[in-house]
Design a protein around this ligand. Sequence first.
Ligand code: CP
Length: 304
Amino acid sequence: LRHLTTLENLPRSCIERLLDRALSMRDACAHGTRKLDLLAGRTVLNLFFEPSTRTRTSFELAARRLGADVINFDIGFSSTSKGEELFDTLHTLEAMHLDAIVVRHKVSGTPEELVRHAMSGVSVINAGDGNRAHPTQGLLDVMTIREHRPDFENLAVVICGDIKHSRVARSDVQALTAMGVREIRLCGPAPLMPTQEEFPRCTFVEDFDEAIGGADAAIMLRLQKERMSATELPDEAAYFARYGLDTRRLARAAKGCLVMHPGPINRGVEIASEVADGAQSKILEQVGNGVFVRMAVLGELLGR
Ligand code: CP
């Protein structure tokens, strides 16, 4: 791999290799190795045009743990605010000899544009573009599931919420499909659902009580108000009543159903606190795995 902009068409063998690598990174860190030197002398640029807590911090931590130098580009205090175009910013930063650019942008397809314009030798990693892809989130989600349920061929996974605007849903479906999961159910209010043509492999279920029935993992998504039109925005209390995951609904799922959420969570909107903080919640495990997955991706793309 030279770049990671999407999980589309990434074979299972490649995903498994990255997950195994993430586990090795986790083992090394668990045995007290705080810093590896795999990327010593390399420079990673975090270029985030949209807010982030988990992805940005974990990419920074991952790069530092591998011995790389990290630049967190501050958009608000950069010449972007003086009207500099994205590709002029890119070429300016590249002239400082970068090895990887981790980019998040509201416009779908920006990472591929950067790949087309980037100097040779620079790797581009997508940290989320519009509603299109969030590949490292897809990887950390299947890593988390694999830890508990490696028998993907037996699993029914429900993804519930604002799927239309969700890059996480798209990358999760691609990763779960590659891993051979038995069934993926998509559930949400009609205005927030994508077309079946876009997700031919998935079962669309409008009623969440039905969708979660017997599910082995439930991935809950937040309402992405920043990408919605005024007419798409549901009333939050009504939304929670129909699509929120609470203990009553979780009891309909298979025993031990994994409760997942990419974050940030909105308590009482898509998930009840008692479930988000409950025994079946893997939400903080997902966050922890994110660091190791990002170490694995950086190692794969930049490691000598
Ligand atoms: N899951 C995720 O992308 O979270 P952040 O927006 O905090 O990076």
